[in-house]
Ligand binder design. Structure first.
Ligand code: ATP
Ligand code: MG
Length: 777
């Protein structure tokens, strides 16, 4: 073995080493968060290569393309980049899109098929609903798109749907009896447009492997070793692909954690991991128990939460890491305050612990929660990055440029064509487009093909001479781009297209700040393409063609666009955070009906999935975790009362540090520097009040719980203006944390009045009276 690799393998613990060095056959590693599953997968690949397995014969499937790239880099560091280049590594979607391009003709698709993103799919479905003259309030296009997606992920084809009375009845009951027809039309239109949606990439791969035994044999032979990360979140379609490909050699290694299965709503099937041992012969099962990521407190708190789930495999997770601070629980009156608290806490932690912005993550249940956080971070000038919102490639001006690029690669692409045919305006209006769509349907051709024959067909379609000429000019322009594309890389083509189509001029004419921002975005796109071309040439032995770029973009998740070169706080949903780690993690909006989500509390299994989600969130933290909640929050446009999430109460008390309902109630950053003078901040956390309103009891009864969630600030939380008048030098007071003390002096007036007090447990402190919880004795 290579000495470098040896060092790496020595760095693994024994439990990790065993699956890393496992010989052929099927193996599964089931282990809790942070125990090194991903690391084992990486090392195993390097090890296999050191044993003479050709990189071409290894297929590794990861959760994001970024994870794949990082893995590849790490392996390149061990075995050399020339070797690592040839590994097949990526998400299910990206790997099988590549294979489908090779084999597209077998399925009747062009090899340059377009990949429709969710927005394209929704637009097309919406157009079909309109064409069929259905009530769009009954046939909601997003819901229909979801339904079609779930059919596809369960491998229910149009034909299978038509033969399934139960499904049809379900749709009829929902007063949408024509879902089957929409599905059929949608599939047909995608096919004619030479387009596959995300689900097709899996569905069509299954079709390919089922219908063509020689193709199956070819890929079985190619992928002699298959490795899958996050196996607990594979759906049925993905499961079947892995099963088919690994059937011959059975050299399959999957790693996962049933406690982190969080994609059931998108069809992930936890049974895939539970049944793995039945699916293959002589499966070796490995368990890892030592967590290397998080402090003891975090690991144990997370354990205490996930234990509440009934459906789970028994696992032990422990750590040798330092105990770390307790998890801080913080209550705010509103989400605005919650944002301010998080922002100032990040600000302080960054200073006190010499952290970078990138060491912090704010995790939430739903994307909408990011706004309050963003506002607060902006106000404090803390740079941040949102993952998963409207991604760069979804912006209008970017989609416009990409529309032209997609069209020149695949002129049948209906959604791209409709997007750009009259933008910038060139006198081909809506009526003309409708006529073209009708004609395309009539002749069973794509719209572009009809446009190419507009000379012959124009008159019969009632399209006048002038419009015909404009259509011809458009066709000629696209064809000229195609010619250019043959000898140029992605960047060169795109730059040419942005200029020649008039897109840039159109935005320049606009002249508003938004217009300027849009031009900058297009420039950013072009910069990105230039980088892509360079990287492709270095990392992957290809030319950086436009077709390659478009595929990369179509499959990019937001995580992938993170160049990692900017130091920013990360904001994302918990779903996106899977597999990642950060020193400081803030889990915000810890409220009933938000987390757990109101939509997920109907059945035990839904609630258990929410709990797994919480487990994922908590286990992202290395050093310190925060749980924050508010007392009221705007939801659906109304201010509603909020109750703390049951998940907070499920954590054993000893792991928590309640900052409520103490000073934090009116937390004003920076002010507390005044309150506490220059004492050690790490000792600043307020312990649970010894007496007074208990924010939490040992193991509360359901009734107590209900009451507990309703705790509102009591009079003892409110400022005590009267106190000021009663204090003077020499007054003896008692503070909830510092114990008894004697007032040494007073300064300031009104809201700003402070008292200097000599405490028995804390020495001399300056406290802002507005906040100080003092009792005169
Ligand atoms: P998750 O379930 O969240 O995906 P995981 O089981 O995949 O977690 P890894 O991400 O592989 O865990 O590892 C967690 C952290 O622990 C990483 O920072 C990794 O580098 C580190 N780690 C894993 N094994 C070891 C080890 N033997 N020695 C030191 N650090 C380790
Ligand atoms: Mg992992």
């Amino acid at each position: 073995m290579d000495s470098k690799l040896e060092v790496y393998i020595e760095g693994l613990n024994e439990a990790q080493r065993a699956p890393t060095l496992h010989k052929d056959g099927a193996l599964i590693v089931i282990a809790g968060a942070g125990s090194g599953k991903t690391r084992v997968l990486t090392m195993r690949i390097a090890y296999l290569m050191s044993q003479g397995v050709d990189a071409f014969n290894i297929l590794a499937l990861t959760f994001t393309n970024k994870a794949a790239r990082e893995m590849k880099k790490r392996i390149a560091g061990i075995v050399g980049s020339n070797e690592a280049k040839n590994l097949w590594m990526g998400t299910f979607h990206s790997i099988f899109a590549k294979i489908l391009r090779f084999e597209a003709d077998k399925l009747g698709f062009p090899s340059n098929f377009t990949i429709y993103d969710t927005q394209d799919s929704q637009r097309l479905i919406s157009a079909i609903i309109k064409e069929m003259q259905l009530d769009k309030d009954v046939y909601k296009y997003k819901q229909i798109q979801n339904r079609i997606s779930s059919f596809k992920n369960s491998l229910i084809t149009v034909k299978a749907y038509a033969n399934n009375p139960e499904l049809m009845e379900a749709d009829a009951m929902a007063k949408r009896p024509r879902v089957g027809e929409i599905y059929a039309e949608y599939v047909d239109r995608c096919f004619k447009a030479g387009a596959m949606d995300f689900d097709d990439l899996l569905l069509r791969t299954n079709e390919l492997l089922n219908r063509f035994p020689e193709v199956l044999a070819k890929y079985q032979n190619r992928f002699q070793y298959i490795l899958v990360d996050e196996y607990q979140d594979t759906n049925h379609s993905q499961y079947l692909i892995v099963k088919a490909l690994s059937d011959r050699f059975q050299n399959i290694c999957v790693v996962g954690d049933d406690s982190q299965s969080i994609y059931a709503f998108r069809g992930a099937n936890i049974n895939n991991i539970l049944n793995f041992q039945k699916d293959y012969d002589n499966v070796a099962l490995y368990r890892l128990e030592q967590n290397y990521r998080s402090s003891k407190n975090i690991v144990e708190a997370a354990n205490s939460v996930i234990e509440k789930n009934k459906t789970r495999l028994d696992k032990t997770v422990w750590t040798d890491n330092p105990e770390g601070g307790q998890i801080i629980v913080h209550r705010s009156p509103t989400d605005g305050e919650e944002g301010r608290y998080v922002a100032s806490s990040i600000f302080e932690n960054r200073m006190n612990h010499q952290m970078m912005n990138g060491d912090f993550a704010i995790l939430y249940r739903t994307n909408a929660q990011s706004r309050a956080m963003e506002d607060a971070l902006r106000k404090r000038d803390i740079p941040y990055r949102i993952y998963g919102g409207l991604s760069f490639y979804q912006r209008k001006e970017i989609k416009d440029v990409l529309g032209y690029l997609r069209l020149l690669i695949n002129p049948k692409d209906e959604e791209a064509l409709k997007r750009v045919i009259n933008y910038p305006a060139r006198g081909i209006g809506g009526t003309t487009i409708d006529k073209l769509i009708v004609a395309a349907k009539h002749y069973d051709r794509s719209i572009f093909e009809v446009m190419q024959k507009i000379d012959q067909l124009g008159a019969s379609m009632n399209i006048n001479r002038g419009t015909q000429t404009r259509i011809k000019n458009f066709v000629t322009m696209i064809q000229s781009f195609q010619i250019m594309n043959e000898g140029s890389d992605a960047f060169e083509v795109a730059e040419h297209v942005a200029k020649k189509t008039g897109l840039l001029q159109e935005l320049k004419k606009d002249g508003t700040p938004e217009g300027v921002a849009r031009i900058e975005n297009i420039e950013e796109l072009l910069n990105g393409m230039r980088d892509f071309v360079e990287e492709q040439k270095q990392l992957a032995d290809t030319t950086g063609s436009l077709a390659e770029f478009l595929e990369d973009v179509a499959l990019a998740t937001d995580m992938d666009n993170d160049k990692g070169d900017e130091d920013r706080v990360a904001l994302m949903t918990i779903h996106l955070a899977k597999g990642l780690e950060f020193p400081f993690v803030y889990i915000v909006g810890m409220e009933e009906d938000l987390f757990p989500s109101a939509m997920s509390m109907n059945t035990r299994s839904e609630l258990e999935e929410e709990r797994r989600l919480f487990y994922v969130a908590l286990t992202r933290a290395e050093k310190q975790a925060y749980l924050t909640y508010t007392e009221s929050r705007y939801r659906w446009g109304k201010l509603v009362d909020a109750e703390p999430s049951r998940f907070i109460e499920e954590i054993d008390d000893k792991y928590l540090d309640y900052q409520t309902p103490m000073n934090s109630y009116r937390y004003k950053p920076l002010v507390d520097a005044d309150i506490f003078g220059d004492i050690d901040k790490s000792k600043l956390r307020l312990k649970k009040p010894v007496s007074g309103t208990p924010p939490k009891v040992g193991t509360p009864t359901p009734d107590q719980l209900r009451k507990l969630r309703k705790i509102r600030p009591t009079s003892s939380d409110a400022p005590m203006p009267s106190l000021a008048g009663q204090l003077e030098a020499g007054t003896i007071v008692e503070h909830i944390r510092f114990g008894k003390g004697i007032v040494a002096g007073l300064e300031g007036k009104g809201q700003d009045q402070k008292a200097e007090i000599n405490f028995e447990n804390g020495g001399l402190k300056k406290l802002l009276l507005r906040f100080a919880k003092l009792k005169i004795i």
